[in-house]
Ligand binder design. Structure first.
Ligand code: NAD
Length: 364
């Protein structure tokens, strides 16, 4: 971002949304001008950054790929060429904190193994950058609280990579459920998982790095699905698990089943797996039903309302998600998926793990 524009945006943010805000508001709701686009630095250039986020950043209106943070010099070289990233915007995990001095970078997007989310969120906030952090937000709810506090202290915005909150089929499900279009939702059944066929030594299978298995990685979507369909927060959970490949899932959960108790009384069941290909959200209301399948991926969602196709077009979810956060930063406005949203899910995940240990209902 050019210096002059950066100064004008800073002074806008300092002054708040009144006065100078109207002009910027108009610009941001459409698209930020090229000079005002927010610069994003991706931290961790693995599967999700290279396959989804960097390509999506070629379609964003309000932000662009300005920098990268990687521990692999060869990747830095390839990415610099492919995406035209200047050397001065390339960091490694050791010199990352120097990003504080770089006016090109407005937002740091953390796309690392889960155990590194807290450290890099806090370092990014201390460096004066706004933070997007991938799901699951952290290893547990306590880490989430530390991340939220660090961003508040640094007066930086924090958002979690919950791309579905910008996805039109999902928004329709939220509307149908939360606005009780077919009456009160009485029952939800949801599952998410895939059959893990990757490296048996990968971080995803190590408890210290991943926090858990299919529940942390995939189950979080089903938990979210129940919460955003009902627009309520669950109060208790009871869970069981199954392990058919103990040699592979030595440290983390393979398949987990749960029941969630919501204040409105809906009967909610969910499941997650690293050994089944699931991805559905089925909702029964008093006077109708609706469903999504696929419900949680980014390869295209599909759904039905009372048995009839939804006929809603798919979008590039990550582009919509990053553009929205760039707008939030420009307007100094909280994201619709702030750190607190990640914390809510992690409190449920923590309670599910407690229930797997106790065999009982656990309060959330
Ligand atoms: P990945 O293993 O492909 O990439 C992780 C990156 O972190 C790699 O570039 C790796 O080099 C780097 N890294 C740095 N230190 C490391 C260490 N000590 N051990 C291992 N890797 C290290 O993982 P991914 O699939 O890209 O997932 C990264 C994050 O993105 C996770 O939080 C994951 O849940 C999330 N994710 C989100 C979605 C989504 O749809 N929102 C999809 C996939 C992944």
């Amino acid at each position: 971002m050019e210096k002059a524009n950066q100064i004008s945006r800073r002074s806008f943010i300092q002054k708040g949304a009144i006065g100078t805000g109207a002009l910027l508001l108009g610009q941001t709701l459409n698209a930020l001008s090229k000079e005002k686009k927010m610069g994003i630095a991706l931290v961790g250039l693995g599967y999700y950054s290279s396959g989804q986020l960097a390509p999506a950043l070629q379609h964003t209106k309000n932000c662009y790929l300005a920098g990268i943070v990687t521990g692999t010099p060869a990747k830095a070289e390839t990415w610099a060429k492919k995406y035209n990233i200047p050397q001065k915007n390339i960091y490694n995990y050791q010199n990352f904190d120097e990003i504080a001095k770089n006016p090109d970078i407005d937002i740091v997007y953390i796309v690392l193994p889960v155990s590194m989310h807290k450290e890099f969120t806090i370092r990014a906030a201390k460096a004066g950058k706004h933070v997007l952090c991938e799901k699951p937000m952290a290893l547990n709810a306590s880490e989430c609280r530390d991340m939220i506090a660090a961003c508040k202290k640094a007066n930086r915005l924090l958002s979690i990579g919950y791309r579905l909150h910008f996805e039109p089929h999902t928004l329709e499900v939220m509307r149908l459920g939360q606005k009780k279009v077919f009456g009160k939702v009485t029952q939800i059944d949801t599952g998410n998982g895939f059959t893990y066929g990757g490296d048996p030594n990968a971080w995803r299978l190590k408890k210290a790095m991943a926090g858990g298995g299919g529940l942390m990685d995939m189950g979080i979507y089903s938990i979210q699905g129940s919460r955003y369909t009902l627009g309520e927060e669950p109060i208790a959970v009871r869970a069981t698990q199954e392990k058919t490949k103990p040699e592979l899932f030595k440290e983390v959960d393979e398949t987990v089943f749960w029941e969630l108790k919501f204040p409105g009384g809906a009967k909610v069941t969910g499941k997650s797996s690293y050994n089944n290909n699931w991805g559905y959200l089925n909702v029964q209301a008093e006077h109708g039903n609706f469903e999504l399948e696929p419900a949680f991926g980014y390869g295209g969602l599909d759904g039905k309302v009372n048995g009839k196709p939804m006929n809603i077009p798919n979008i590039i979810q990550q582009a919509a998600q990053m553009d929205d956060f760039a707008t939030c930063v420009a307007l100094n406005k909280q994201s619709r998926v702030p750190g607190e949203e990640g914390l809510k899910d992690m409190k449920i995940v923590d309670a599910i793990y407690r229930s797997l240990d106790s065999g009982k209902w656990e309060n959330i």
